[in-house]
Design a protein around this ligand. Structure first.
Ligand code: ATP
Ligand code: SF4
Ligand code: MG
Length: 371
């Protein structure tokens, strides 16, 4: 029955263990992942903190190279060490440290409790196995399905992600699929075991707009059914506008702002978030205003500026910004921003994108996501 040498799981899934009191489903505490390279130490993830609960969606937003993928790959235990090294912090899943887990324990967490849709579908599919076998493997291993059950479910999953002629396609190899189709296979693979946490790293970039919307809807349907959490990684703040409960804005390896989606869209405190906001293609109330891309490039992660990492590009930078690291300003709701001037209400009022500011007496529009 298990001709591929797979073993049926006989231990309790971590996802079945209750979350200890005082803990969250996922807690990332001051996580630091550095790469030790010939050119120096790349501070790819430099103090990332957030919490995530069941049923919640976290959007992780930032430009290329800001550490979005490395943060999630560290959580999954998928960074090669060396050159990578966890320089500090911890990740707790249901109160249990993922950083201190053995490789065997992590293997049972990966794909089953926490699954990731990888950014590059080709590197994560094995070219020598059929799509059906690759989709089945996790379900046989983690869910104890028979070969036939797993294959039937694979066909069903391929259909769900919009792959036509799924009975035939399941027997084919990755090279027989286009980029967009492979991306859908990756999504099907991540959904196969109905994980407790689904990490989607730019999951829809290779797909056209209609399919993108279908895939996001599918992820949300499953979330509604299973109560799982989603981490959605993207360059584009607009992509997470309608689906995220919380948003973490990353810059040069660190979160610069974190808050509920409403806070990030209606009360953003950090100039980098304002810049991202002004570069979203469609702001309904703001259609007449031109898009303003953020000028310049992010700094080298080997040689970060002394003060605020955003200071070389920030239109509001002062000498203080250039010489001293900004503190973290936290509001009562846990909305935080790392900018010297985030608690200066006058500065924020004067410079934040106007249409997104909540004025006293404003009614904040309700979002269509159940708590
Ligand atoms: N194995 C490695 N060795 C050295 N540096 C690395 C390694 N892997 C990643 N990095 C660096 O870590 C930084 C963060 O990379 P990461 O892939 O997390 O960025 P990202 O925000 O996901 O970007 P993108 O939007 O382009 O996917 C980058 O500067 C990258 O070059
Ligand atoms: S600390 Fe200064 S440079 Fe950094 S974001 Fe704030 S105003 Fe801009
Ligand atoms: Mg990435």
């Amino acid at each position: 029955m298990f001709g591929l040498g797979l073993k049926k799981r006989n231990k309790t899934d971590l996802r079945d263990t209750p979350i200890p009191e005082g803990h969250h489903l996922l807690e990332v505490n001051d996580l630091k992942m550095y790469f030790h390279t010939q050119d120096g130490v790349v501070k790819a993830v430099n103090g990332v903190s957030y919490t995530l609960d069941r049923g919640e969606t976290l959007g992780v937003v930032g430009e290329s190279g800001s550490g979005k993928s490395v943060t999630s790959l560290t959580i999954m235990g998928l960074i090669d060490m060396p050159p990578g090294k966890v320089e500090g912090g911890d990740v707790l899943y249901r109160g249990k440290s993922l950083i201190n887990m053995s490789e065997a324990e992590l293997e049972s967490v990966r794909g089953n409790d926490i699954a990731m849709i990888f950014q590059d579908p080709m590197t994560s599919l094995n070219p020598v196995y059929t799509i059906g076998r690759q989709l089945s493997e996790g379900m046989r291993l983690h869910k104890g399905l028979s070969k036939k059950e797993a294959l039937d479910r694979s066909v069903e999953l391929l259909r769900m992600v919009g792959i036509p002629n799924a009975e035939q396609r399941v027997k084919e190899y990755p090279h027989e699929f286009s980029g967009g189709m492979r991306q859908r296979v990756m999504i099907a693979m991540a959904l196969a075991c109905e994980p407790d946490i689904l990490i989607a790293d730019e999951p829809t970039t290779a797909l056209d707009v209609t399919i993108q919307a279908q895939i996001i809807e599918l992820m949300q349907e499953l979330q509604h059914k299973n109560g799982n959490a989603i981490i959605m990684i993207t360059h584009d703040l607009g992509v997470v506008a309608d689906i995220a409960d919380k948003i973490m804005v990353m810059y040069a390896g660190s979160p610069v702002e974190f808050g509920s989606a409403l806070e990030i869209f209606y009360e953003p405190m950090h100039p980098y978030t304002w810049g991202l906001n002004r570069s979203i293609p469609k702001q309904v109330q703001d259609e007449k205003k031109p898009l303003t891309p953020i000028k310049g490039n992010p700094p080298s992660l080997v040689d970060l500026p002394d003060g605020c990492p955003f200071s070389p590009r920030c239109p509001y930078a002062t000498d203080l910004c250039r010489t001293q690291k900004p503190p973290t300003h936290v509001t009562k709701t846990g909305h935080y921003s790392k900018c010297h001037y985030s608690n200066d209400e006058q500065f924020v009022q004067a410079n934040a994108p106007k249409t997104n500011r909540v004025k006293p007496g404003d009614i904040v529009p309700e979002r269509g996501v159940d708590a």
